[in-house]
Design a protein around this ligand. Structure first.
Ligand code: PEP
Length: 253
């Protein structure tokens, strides 16, 4: 019922030329994959070139962040409408690196989500606990807090453009993946929270990606869990062969 969605978050990697080389390889290798939606999130500087390169394919282009204002004296920021103008259809919002290094609060994440949706973008809203929070038994509390900040009062009309990425911070870039059971437990919690806030139909249709050291050799088992609907992939999305293998592993069996 939910088409799995796999997105490569390239973070602070790749020039325009490197981005074009990678996305061209992805386009060639993923052309025949129908049952999985795939997207890439290049750095801002490469968004337009990448979007042009994939406009005759089903690959989607996502920004790694956006600001909530449309225009004005906000040096360094990029507005959602500018991202659409550059060819993006999605924005990743609330990634743990934004929260950790750039001070994105739950309130800021909520404002960004609303602005992105209002501008017609789809949103990948990231939630997830640190290791200390997990060890302290606060996983569900933190995930709930992140969800409440990001997506608590959404209009039913936009839920098809909302994706949640559960990314335990202790698993991002560490090589330490949540087990399928650990991930599924939190994904089921997220879906049940969405049901209470947005209704059963929205909860059943919203895709929940897992992110945190997803690799070709662990993707299939994670993707088999009933509430895991794809992946947000960092490190392994920088090599075409690895990312393609993960996309293929997300194909429903
Ligand atoms: C991410 O940054 O969203 C991520 C999941 O990174 P990695 O796959 O490298 O852990």
């Amino acid at each position: 019922m939910r088409t799995p969605f796999v997105v490569g978050n390239w973070k602070l990697h790749k020039t325009i030329a490197e981005s074009l080389a990678l996305v061209t390889e992805l386009k060639n290798q993923l052309g025949s994959l129908r049952e999985v939606a795939v997207g890439v999130a290049p750095p801002f500087t490469a968004l337009h070139a990448v979007a042009k390169r994939v406009e005759d394919s089903s690959l989607a282009v996502a920004a790694q962040d956006c600001f909530w204002e449309e225009k004005g004296a906000f040096t360094g920021e990029v507005a959602p409408a500018m991202l659409r103008d550059a060819g993006c259809t999605w924005a990743i919002i609330g990634h743990s690196e934004r929260r950790q290094f750039f001070g994105d609060t739950d309130e800021a994440v909520g404002k960004k989500v609303k602005a992105a949706l209002a501008a017609g973008l789809g949103v990948i809203a990231c939630v997830g606990e640190t290791l200390a929070q997990r060890d302290g038994g606060a996983t569900f509390q933190i995930v709930e807090q992140h969800l409440a900040g990001a997506v608590s009062d959404l209009d039913a009309a936009v839920v098809d453009r909302v994706v949640i990425a559960y990314e335990p911070v202790w698993a991002i870039g560490t090589g330490r993946t949540a087990t399928p059971a650990q991930a599924q437990e939190v994904h089921a919690f997220i879906r049940s929270w969405l049901g209470k806030q947005l209704g059963a139909a929205a909860a059943a249709s919203i895709r929940i990606q897992y992110g945190g050291s997803v690799k070709p050799d662990n993707a299939a088992l994670l993707m088999r869990e009933p509430d895991i609907d794809g992946a947000l992939v960092g490190g392994a999305s920088l090599q075409a062969a690895d990312f393609v293998a993960i996309c293929r592993a997300a194909k429903p069996s």
